[in-house]
Design a protein around this ligand. Structure first.
Ligand code: TMP
Ligand code: ASP
Length: 236
């Protein structure tokens, strides 16, 4: 497989074309960002840690029957993925209150949310990733009714698979964000799953082990990502 030109440079990852029309190479960089790109930094080992973390989680999801774009690891910081046409809608499930939910609805941080909530956000940094609903997505052509239904079902399924996995490692899966895309009209999970796009707390102490460490200047960001990985059995 030959790596060709960079097609897309996101805030933390780059996507490269390959000589195979159905595949891209995804490169995890050491860049990190928060608040829709307003806060930026470079963190040693981040690309490697998130690439291997993502490979581990995607394999677990695939085993559980969630279709994903992940094919295989190519190097410390690269993996091979199916070429998707991305749907510009972010799907968020929350099991405990944190982040924007607390700000928007005045819910106290840490409150257990049962049943878990499901929310949609438009992927648009220039607008600050605003919250949207199904009606917006359908009317403005971001996703069809059928796609929204599938995205919702798959996001709940991911929650069912990952909650016990993190629990076994002594962690609470507080919330997470997923992005989906189309591979020859089949809707599958794309992007990544890493501590960049979810919240994880130690189950005993409720210490933050995810990107909130960067957002809130708590320090030791990558050391905590590695600790999360170690507790799950990820080999770095
Ligand atoms: P929020 O509390 O800021 O709405 O975020 C909820 C979860 O989704 C949190 O784990 C962070 C993740 N997320 C992203 O990774 N990127 C995004 O653009 C958004 C809106 C959320
Ligand atoms: N993922 C977004 C960003 O990197 C939002 C966030 O994580 O705060 O800017």
């Amino acid at each position: 497989m030959q790596k060709l030109e960079e097609l897309y440079k996101g805030k933390a990852k780059s996507v490269y074309a390959t000589d195979d029309a159905d595949h891209f190479i995804m490169h995890f960089r050491n860049d990190t960002s928060a608040f829709d790109g307003k806060k930026l930094a470079q963190l040693d080992r981040k690309g490697m840690v998130n690439n291997k973390f993502n490979a581990f989680i995607m394999a677990k999801l695939q085993e559980a029957g969630v279709p994903t774009h992940f094919e295989k690891l190519l190097s410390d910081t690269e993996c091979l993925v199916k070429k998707l046409k991305m749907i510009p809608v972010e799907c968020v499930i929350r099991n405990y209150a944190a982040g924007s939910l607390c700000r928007r609805l005045g819910i106290q941080e840490g409150r257990h949310i049962s049943p878990p909530t499901f929310e949609l956000f438009l992927k648009d940094d220039s607008l600050g990733d605003p919250m949207i609903n199904d009606s917006h997505a359908e009317t403005f052509g971001w996703a069809t009714k059928a796609q929204l239904q599938q995205m919702r079902e798959l996001t709940y399924k991911v929650n069912e698979v990952l909650q016990p996995l993190f629990e076994q490692g002594g962690m609470l899966l507080v919330d997470f964000k997923l992005e989906f895309g189309l591979f020859h009209d089949q809707l599958i999970l794309g992007d990544e799953f890493s501590p960049d796009g979810c919240r994880l707390w130690d189950a005993e102490t409720r210490e933050k082990m995810d990107k909130d460490r960067f957002r809130q200047d708590l320090g030791n960001v990558i050391e905590f990502y590695e600790e999360v990985g170690k507790r799950l059995g990820v080999v770095f």
